[in-house]
Write a protein that binds this ligand. Structure first.
Ligand code: TTP
Ligand code: MG
Length: 445
C-alpha cells in the first residue's frame, strides 16, 4: 500500500451531454439528453440540468421525456466524443507515463511518476494544487469540458473520491483517513458489489462499508463466495494495491462507421464490414503490423453496444481473412432491430516482418457488392447531428419530420445562432463530418 495520495482518477462530467453543450451554445445551462431518440431508445447520459428532473443513464428515452419533456433530446456524435477523449488522454499522458484509461471519459494517473519539476512532492497540499491546474488544462485542451478528480492512496479510494464533489470538483483523501471516509458509505461503493451482491448482503443486514468491516471473513465468504468475499474484506479496510497500468500504445487498429439510417439489411452490413476490414488491413500493412484477434463492434438502434471477437493461431494482416472473420462474427448477433454503428478491429498486434517467404499475397481485393451504400441512402437528419448549408454555414439538426429539417446555425465558436427550416432534399444542406476523425478508442481492460 502507498503512504501518499498519489493515485489520481479523472472522470469528465456528463461527458456526451457536455460535448453537445460545448458545440451548441444555445443548449448551455439547459437540460440535454443524449441517446437513442427513437421509440425504443435508451438514455446514454443527461446534462446535470436534466438530472435535476430525475433523468439518468440507461433509462428509456420515453421515461426521460415524461420526466423532462423540455430537454433537448439528441442522438450521439461519436466522432466528437472520441476527439475530446483523445485530447484528454493525450494531456494525461503528457503529465505521467502511467495513465490507465477505463473508458472514453475516465482514467487513472499515477502521480508518483509525474515530472518532479511540476510536482516536487506528494504531500496533500502539492497534489491538490497540481490537480487543480490539471483540471484547468483539461478545460483548455477540450474547449471547456469539466472534469471531476479524486486522489488517494489507491485506485479504489481515488475513484470513490472523484464522485464526491461531482460535477467540476476535486477531492483529495489524506492518507490515513480512508477508512473513516468509507465506513458510512453504502456497500455498493465497493467495486464488484452490483445489485445481486448488494441484495445478498442486505438480507444479512449488511448495508454499509462499516457493516462489511464488522463481518468476519468467513461470514463474507459464506455469503458471496471465496474470491469475492476476500475482496470485500480487504476493500472495506481500504486495502487495495492494484497498480496503475499504462496501456500499450496502438493496442488495436480499427475502422468504424456510424450510419444516419439504422441499417437492417444483412448484405449491406456484410459489405460494410468487408470494406472496413480492407481499411484495417491496409493500415496494418502500412505500419508493418499484424494481429491475432479480430473484433467487430455493433451498436444497435437503442445504443446497446455489442462486440464479438475471435482469435487466430497466427497474426494476420490480410483483408480477406479479417473480412471473412468479421462477417462470420456478425452472424452471431441479432441485428433485426437496426444497427447504427458497425466497426472492425484487429488487436493483439505483433510486429510483422514482411518477407513473403512463399510468394503468396492473399490480398486480392474482394469485389464490393453493396446492395445499397449508405451514401446513396436517404439522409436522415437525426436530432443533434452536424450540418452545413452553402450560405448559412455550420449548424446542427434541431428537428426533422414531414420532409422538413430545422437547423440551428451555431458552433462552439459562435454565440447562440438563428433557426431556419429547409426541405430535406434541399441541395444546399448536407450532413457534416470532420475531415480527420479520431478513430482510435482507448481499449478498456
Ligand atoms: P459516465 O462517466 O458514467 O457518465 P457521465 O460522464 O455522462 O456523467 P458523470 O458526470 O456522472 O461522470 O459515462 C461517460 C459516458 O459514457 C457518458 O457521457 C455516456 C456514455 N454512457 C453510455 O452510453 N451509457 C451508459 O449507460 C453510461 C453510464 C454511460
Ligand atoms: Mg463521466
Amino acid at each position: 500500500m502507498r503512504n501518499t495520495a498519489s493515485v489520481l482518477h479523472l472522470d469528465l462530467d456528463a461527458f456526451f451531454a457536455s460535448v453537445e453543450q460545448r458545440d451548441k451554445p444555445s443548449l448551455r445551462g439547459k437540460p440535454v439528453v443524449v441517446g437513442g431518440t427513437g421509440g425504443r431508445g435508451v438514455v446514454a447520459t443527461a446534462s446535470y440540468e436534466a438530472r435535476v428532473f430525475g433523468v439518468r443513464s440507461a433509462m428509456s428515452t420515453r421515461e426521460a421525456r415524461s420526466r423532462c419533456g423540455h430537454a433537448a433530446f439528441l442522438s450521439g456524435r461519436f466522432h466528437a466524443y472520441r476527439e475530446a477523449s483523445h485530447q484528454v488522454m493525450t494531456l494525461l499522458r503528457s503529465v505521467s507515463p502511467l495513465v490507465e484509461p477505463l473508458s472514453l471519459d475516465e482514467a487513472f494517473v499515477d502521480l508518483a511518476q509525474a515530472d518532479p519539476a511540476e510536482l516536487p512532492d506528494l504531500g496533500v497540499a502539492s497534489v491538490t494544487t497540481y490537480a487543480e491546474r490539471l483540471r484547468e488544462r483539461v478545460a483548455e485542451v477540450t474547449g471547456g469540458l469539466t472534469a471531476s478528480v479524486g486522489i488517494g492512496t489507491s485506485k479504489f479510494i481515488a475513484k470513490v473520491a472523484s464522485e464526491l464533489d461531482k460535477p467540476d470538483g476535486l477531492t483529495v483523501v489524506p492518507p490515513g483517513t480512508e477508512r473513516d471516509l468509507l465506513r458510512p458509505m453504502s456497500a455498493t461503493v465497493i467495486p464488484g458489489v452490483g445489485p445481486a451482491t448488494a441484495e445478498r448482503l442486505r438480507r444479512a443486514g449488511i448495508l454499509t462499508v462499516a457493516d462489511i468491516e464488522a463481518t468476519g471473513l468467513d461470514d463474507l465468504v459464506g455469503l458471496v463466495g471465496k474470491a469475492h468475499g476476500a475482496g470485500l474484506h480487504s476493500l472495506a479496510r481500504a486495502r487495495d494495491d492494484r497498480p496503475v497500468v499504462a496501456e500499450r500504445e496502438a493496442k488495436s487498429v480499427s475502422s468504424e462507421g456510424t450510419y444516419e439510417t439504422d441499417l437492417t439489411d444483412r448484405r449491406l452490413m456484410e459489405g460494410l464490414l468487408t470494406r472496413q476490414a480492407g481499411e484495417v488491413a491496409t493500415r496494418l500493412r502500412k505500419h508493418g503490423l499484424a494481429g491475432r484477434t479480430v473484433t467487430i463492434k455493433v451498436r444497435l438502434h437503442d445504443f446497446t453496444t455489442l462486440s464479438r471477437s475471435t482469435t487466430l493461431p497466427e497474426p494476420t494482416d490480410s483483408t480477406a481473412v479479417v473480412a471473412r472473420l468479421a462477417r462470420r462474427l456478425l452472424t452471431d448477433l441479432d441485428t433485426s432491430g437496426g444497427v447504427r454503428l458497425l466497426g472492425v478491429g484487429v488487436s493483439g498486434l505483433a510486429d510483422w516482418i514482411q518477407d513473403d517467404l512463399f510468394g503468396e499475397t492473399e490480398d486480392e481485393p474482394e469485389p464490393l457488392d453493396l446492395p445499397e451504400a449508405p451514401s446513396t441512402r436517404r439522409v436522415v437528419y437525426a436530432p443533434g447531428l452536424d450540418v452545413v448549408h452553402d450560405e448559412m454555414g455550420r449548424g446542427w439538426v434541431w428537428g426533422s419530420g414531414r420532409g422538413v429539417v430545422t437547423v440551428r446555425f451555431e458552433t462552439a465558436e459562435t454565440p447562440p445562432g438563428p433557426v431556419r427550416s429547409f426541405a430535406v432534399d434541399d441541395a444546399a444542406l448536407r450532413l457534416w463530418l470532420p475531415d480527420n476523425p479520431v478513430t482510435e478508442e482507448p481499449v478498456a481492460p
